[in-house]
Design a protein around this ligand. Structure first.
Ligand SMILES: Cc1cc2nc3c(=O)[nH]c(=O)nc-3n(C[C@H](O)[C@H](O)[C@H](O)COP(=O)(O)O)c2cc1C
Length: 161
């Protein structure tokens, strides 16, 4: 490698910083932070997909479940936010994905949690659960217990991809 390339490397890393995570639950929440409030009640180790382009890109190093809200355009168009698309464009993040939990609002009818459904279909993983807005205490309990069961070795063996 020429010395100039070596000299440029720290510069390149500074411009495209990354943050690695082995969290089993990775979520996105926009500035309204409904999803963040739900995730806080789970009391789990979690990682948040960056909201702003200036934040480091998140890279998953272990199998995880993705928890995301839907922000649909007309007829469900562009329902997956660009931050989530950017995260899933990283091959490692797609490879480690094991399931999706959707947050949304049933007022959107057929497009309720459509982003979670589309990602699950595209990445060939299950939609594990759906809930509205910041979820109820029942949702919190179901997701907590559901994830514990999901990550047991017996359950993982059944789902091996
Ligand atoms: C402009 C806009 C569009 C939305 N579109 C959908 C939708 O198509 N389907 C759905 O289930 N929820 C939709 N929602 C509801 C959000 O998914 C819900 O408010 C979610 O809790 C937002 O999470 P956040 O505050 O963590 O970003 C929409 C909300 C807004 C503000």
């Amino acid at each position: 490698m020429p010395p100039t390339a070596l000299a440029d490397r720290p510069n390149a890393e500074a411009q495209n910083p990354v943050q690695f995570t082995d969290s089993k639950l990775i979520y996105f929440s926009s500035v309204s932070e409904n999803t963040k409030r739900f995730v806080g009640k789970l009391e789990m180790d979690v990682a948040r997909i960056p909201v702003f382009a200036t934040e480091p890109q998140l890279i998953s190093t272990a199998p995880y479940v993705l928890l995301i809200p839907t922000y649909g355009g007309e007829h469900g168009k562009r329902s997956i936010l660009p931050q989530i698309m950017k995260f899933l464009q990283v091959e490692q993040n797609r490879e480690n994905l094991r399931g999706v939990i959707g947050a949304g609002n049933t007022n959107f009818g057929a497009y309720y949690c459509i982003a979670a459904k589309r990602i699950a279909q595209k990445c060939n993983v299950p939609v594990l659960y759906k809930f509205e807005l910041m979820g109820t205490s029942d949702d919190v309990l179901k997701v907590k217990e559901g994830l514990e069961t999901f990550w047991t070795p017996a359950s993982q063996n059944r789902q091996q991809r």
